[in-house]
Design a binder for this molecule. Structure first.
Ligand code: AHG
Ligand code: MN
Ligand code: MN
Length: 339
């Protein structure tokens, strides 16, 4: 049995900036995840359900657990002192820490503290997604070049899934490893070493309700997925949970593709580049999969806003490539024609 912390300490040697600070940072994330996990697990019992009464920057209702998770991660990262600033789905502006230790923190985190929040009340898996950047110069105050960086600059990324068990999956660019929380001792234990995304799969995950507004390439790709062809395992199965973390996690293990495309109504789609798309794209690539916006690699998109959205195609390499082929063939001008 190997715990998360034992594992990170062992792997420090492979990490280019092995100072122990990264270990502490990930430990802080693990602590906040355990606190959020405790609340998620009693969501039906505690007086924690329902809306907080605020709307976030996206104009969406914030659930109480969204707010709780945001506070817990922010608190843990601030007190940990390794992280100088947080970009959170729940905060309009970047939160720059002003305590002495954090000011010099070497890292910046982009986080979706609670992903899939519409699934809280119905006991369906939800998650936390995070992306970790190493600052260019931690003696300076935090500036834009630290914040608006493409995913290729990531030092690490991961997610926590609060599912039938709670897992933390992360990568520092050297393989993807999964740890399951043993609730009896409160420790994350290495349960899924060296996770590999199957090169091909037979599951597609997309919200079909938006069909009429999908680009032609997506409509045709969906029909392709539904065609009978035993040689290629078609028709594929549809699985759509509505929590990116849970849909991605299943596809990571089983093989599959998750698509949240741009639509004629929302050409940039729904998902946020910095704290939803980049972390899963990073994990997909380091597990042998692929992620793009239908045309170009997600990790190479240069952000110009911390909350910007982008279409997402992520999962088994061959499936993503096939979907891209349909996009190039039938929707090469998307989304420009709708912007
Ligand atoms: P969040 O709960 O952080 O707002 O994210 C929800 C996201 C993502 O997890 C999920 O896959 C997607 O929204 C579902 O959107 P639709 O209901 O439009 O399919
Ligand atoms: Mn989300
Ligand atoms: Mn969220």
């Amino acid at each position: 049995m190997k715990t998360l912390i034992e594992f990170i300490n062992e792997k420090q040697a492979d990490f280019p900036y092995a100072t122990g600070e990264f270990t502490r940072l990930l430990n802080d994330i693990g602590i906040a995840a355990k606190i959020v996990n405790r609340e998620v697990n009693k969501a039906g019992l505690a007086n924690i359900l329902g809306y907080e009464g605020n709307t976030n920057i996206q104009g969406e209702d914030q659930k109480k657990l969204d707010v709780f998770a945001n506070k817990e991660f922010t608190k843990a990262l601030k007190h940990g002192g390794q992280c100088a600033a947080i970009i959170s789905e729940e905060d309009e502006e970047v939160v720059i820490f002003d305590n002495e230790t954090s000011k010099k923190g070497k890292y910046i985190i982009a986080i979706d503290p609670l992903d899939g929040s519409s699934n809280i009340e119905v006991n369906v898996s939800i998650g936390t997604v995070f992306a970790i950047y190493r600052r260019r110069d931690h003696h300076e105050s935090v500036h834009n070049e630290d914040l608006l960086r493409p995913g290729v600059d990531l030092a690490a990324a991961g997610y926590v899934i609060y599912g039938s068990s709670t897992m933390l999956v992360y990568s520092t660019g050297n393989g993807v490893n999964g740890f399951t929380l043993d609730p009896s001792v409160g420790l994350f234990i290495l349960s899924h070493p060296e996770m590999k995304l199957p090169e091909d799969g037979a599951i597609y995950s997309i919200n079909e309700a938006y069909y009429n507004n999908f680009p032609e390439g997506i409509k045709r790709y969906m029909k392709y997925c539904q065609e009978e062809d035993p040689a290629t395992n078609r028709p594929y199965k549809t699985r759509y949970i509505g929590s990116l973390v849970a849909d991605f996690h299943r596809n990571l293990i089983r093989g599959g593709i998750y698509i949240y495309p741009g639509t004629t109504k929302n050409p940039a789609g729904k998902l946020r580049l910095l704290y939803e798309c980049n972390p899963v794209a990073y994990l997909a690539e380091h597990a042998g999969g692929k992620a793009s916006d239908g045309f170009k690699r997600t990790l190479e998109i240069q952000p110009n806003d911390i909350h910007q959205r982008t279409p997402l195609f992520v999962g088994s390499k061959k499936m993503v490539e096939k979907a891209e082929e349909f996009m190039r063939k039938y929707s090469k001008d998307f989304p420009d024609e709708y912007l």
